[in-house]
Design a protein around this ligand. Structure first.
Ligand SMILES: NC(=O)c1ccc[n+]([C@@H]2O[C@H](COP(=O)([O-])OP(=O)(O)OC[C@H]3O[C@@H](n4cnc5c(N)ncnc54)[C@H](OP(=O)(O)O)[C@@H]3O)[C@@H](O)[C@H]2O)c1
Length: 309
């Protein structure tokens, strides 16, 4: 099969397309024919060992991920595809099932034509109303965003500010907050005002043109979805309000909750409450170009890699 390996940490050019043996599922595993995967911001960070903050964080990342190159050298955190074969002990899925999955807890590996995962991994039936490309963008950003948004226990009518509303996390956050009945204000640059508006935000602020720091005491919930919010976010909150941050709040999502969050994403999508925002699509052969684009930090929503037609 064709796969993309990350031969060392570095720029997008370290990614190489190679031929390798097709994996075979063990007793409790399913073999997935991958139709689509993505270039998530996390993939581009892992490839470049781009770990912001103190130097010890980079050292820790090397210990966890691999010292000079990723231990799991096929990157790719999410996928959608079809089950081709199952191990003897598998009861939850059968060949032909169309699924979507996060490979974060299964050694990554979505940048390949085939991937084996345990049947009790983070995988579920693909939303019936979505294509493989659309479903592939839901797991990583969607699970994290839903897990974080639940922490605020949003009630209908509450006001929520989402900073960085045009990224993967931001576009999911706007839709999820609206589904919970919040009054949503999205913040993004001029180029993305229309996109955020189209996702149902009640108000969209252009961070280039308007100083939203003046909105003191206005919001029940403030969510920094890109970890780049300038100034004192605390002043934007009403008394007793909740501040959420993609960086710090994501650590509080419990691993046991993750499969349920994926299932909820499937239900939200099938209920028409969650759409996949796809900025660009690339074939697997153009993985280097796709990583170059995501490295800019300017993608709108998500970037898809088409693996099989
Ligand atoms: N821990 C996790 O599980 C997890 C999961 C998902 C994401 N993340 C993290 O969440 C962050 C966001 O990821 P992402 O994939 O949603 O988006 P991203 O690709 O990192 O960012 C893209 C978006 O951010 C906006 N942006 C860039 N600079 C900005 C600024 N200074 N102020 C406001 N918006 C800005 C851009 O819009 P404009 O051009 O309009 O500014 C663009 O639409 C990343 O740091 C990622 O690593 C973590």
């Amino acid at each position: 099969m064709k796969a993309v390996i990350c031969a060392e940490y570095g720029p997008p050019e370290v990614l190489q397309i190679v031929e390798m043996d097709k994996p075979a599922p063990k007793g409790d595993e399913v073999l997935i024919r991958v139709h689509a995967t993505t270039v998530h911001r996390g993939d581009s960070r892992m490839r470049g060992l781009d770990i912001p903050g103190a130097a010890w964080k980079k050292l820790l990342a090397r210990l966890v991920l691999g010292f000079n190159k990723p231990k799991n050298d096929i990157l790719g955190m999410e996928l959608a595809g079809e089950i081709e074969a199952v191990g003897q002990g598998v009861t939850r899925f059968r060949p032909g099932d169309q699924i979507f999955a996060s490979t974060m807890w299964s050694g990554f590996g979505a940048y390949a034509e085939y991937k084996c995962m345990p049947e009790d991994g983070v995988l579920a039936l693909k939303p019936a109303n979505m294509t493989f490309e659309e479903a592939a963008v839901l797991p990583s950003g969607g699970i994290t965003t839903l897990g974080i948004i639940k922490m605020a226990n949003i009630q209908p009518g509450q006001s929520m500010l989402i900073y960085g509303a045009s990224g993967s996390v931001g576009t999911f956050a706007v839709q999820m907050a609206k589904a919970l009945g919040a009054e949503v204000t999205g913040v993004c640059s001029t180029a993305n005002l229309e996109l955020v508006n189209s996702l149902g935000a009640d108000r969209v602020i252009d961070y280039i043109a308007e100083d939203f720091a003046q909105h003191q005491g206005k919001y029940d919930v403030v969510f920094d979805a890109v970890h780049k919010m300038p100034g004192n976010y605390g002043r934007l909150l009403k008394e007793g309000g909740t501040y959420l941050n993609i960086d710090s709040s994501s650590d509080r999502i419990k691993k046991n909750d993750v499969p349920h969050l994926l299932q909820e994403l499937q239900e939200l999508a099938e209920a028409g409450k969650l759409e996949a925002v796809i900025d660009r699509r690339y074939p697997l052969e153009q993985i280097v170009e796709a990583h170059r684009y995501v490295d800019t930090g300017r993608k709108k929503g998500n970037v898809v890699i088409t693996v099989a037609g």
